[in-house]
Structure formats: structure tokens, C-alpha cells
Design a protein around this ligand. Structure first.
Ligand SMILES: [Zn+2]
Length: 141
């Protein structure tokens, strides 16, 4: 079995995880934080940029803001999706109010916007909230 490269969402250390260990709660070799969290993780633009470039597991980003009602309404569904997709897809959140330059960099025009990245590229995006079932299907591929 091969390995997958994953960026630690806390300290940005690159980790190589054997493919068959992805579902077994792998931890960062540097800081010890889980590499496959069961909840969406808030990331900084720097960590996000590195994860997009280096990760070999699909990465979904929820670009959201605290003042956005639909974003808040979707949060429990997004959390359910993170739980359901643990070991397959990583789900993270980026606060576009705290990090306005990141919103511009990724051309976020409406929130929530979900963007799925794979192998260093944007694979697809979705503007507007989704409920859990649709969200899980969307995040999978
Ligand atoms: Zn780490």
C-alpha cells in the first residue's frame, strides 16, 4: 500500500500516512494533533494554502463568516459530513471576515461557498448551503 501526504491543519507539518491508516486516527508527527479530524477545523490562510498544494486526500473548504445566517444554519450539517467522511475527505472552515484577503484569493463572491480541492487544484465549488445528505455526496466527489 502507498502513502498519502497530509498537511497538519494545526502546525502545517507535512506527514506521510500509509493509505490503510487513514481511517485509524493518524496523528501529526510534529504536534500530535489528529490528521483526520472528526469535526471541521478552522484553518488559517497559510495552512490552507499549503494543504491545497501538498495534500493527497481531497480537501473541502467552507468559506464562511460569522454574520452569515445560512452559514450558521449549515454548520451542524457540515459537522455531520466531517464525521461521515472521516478518513476519506478532510473538511475545513475558513473565516472570510477574519481573513478577507483569502476570500479575494479564492474568488469567494457569496457565502457560504464550498470549494473542493484535490492534487493542488480546485476541483469544484458550490455557493449556497446544502443539507447533510447532499453535502456528504458533494464532498465525496
Ligand atoms: Zn501538527
Amino acid at each position: 500500500m502507498g502513502t498519502k501526504t497530509l498537511t497538519c491543519l494545526s502546525c502545517a507539518q507535512l506527514n506521510r500516512v500509509p493509505y490503510d491508516r487513514l481511517s485509524a486516527a493518524p496523528k501529526c508527527g510534529s504536534c500530535g494533533k489528529g490528521l483526520m479530524p472528526t469535526k471541521p477545523v478552522d484553518v488559517t490562510p497559510a495552512v490552507l494554502q499549503k494543504a491545497i498544494a501538498k495534500d493527497e486526500v481531497p480537501l473541502v473548504v467552507d468559506f464562511w463568516a460569522p454574520w452569515c445566517g445560512p452559514c450558521k444554519a449549515m454548520a451542524p450539517d457540515y459537522a455531520k459530513a466531517a464525521q461521515a467522511l472521516r478518513g476519506e475527505v478532510r473538511l475545513v472552515k475558513l473565516n472570510t471576515q477574519d481573513h478577507q484577503s483569502a476570500g479575494a484569493r479564492y474568488r469567494i463572491r457569496a457565502i457560504p461557498t464550498l470549494v473542493r480541492f484535490l492534487h493542488g487544484k480546485e476541483h469544484k465549488r458550490q455557493s449556497g448551503a446544502l443539507r447533510a445528505t447532499a453535502l456528504i455526496a458533494w464532498c465525496k466527489g
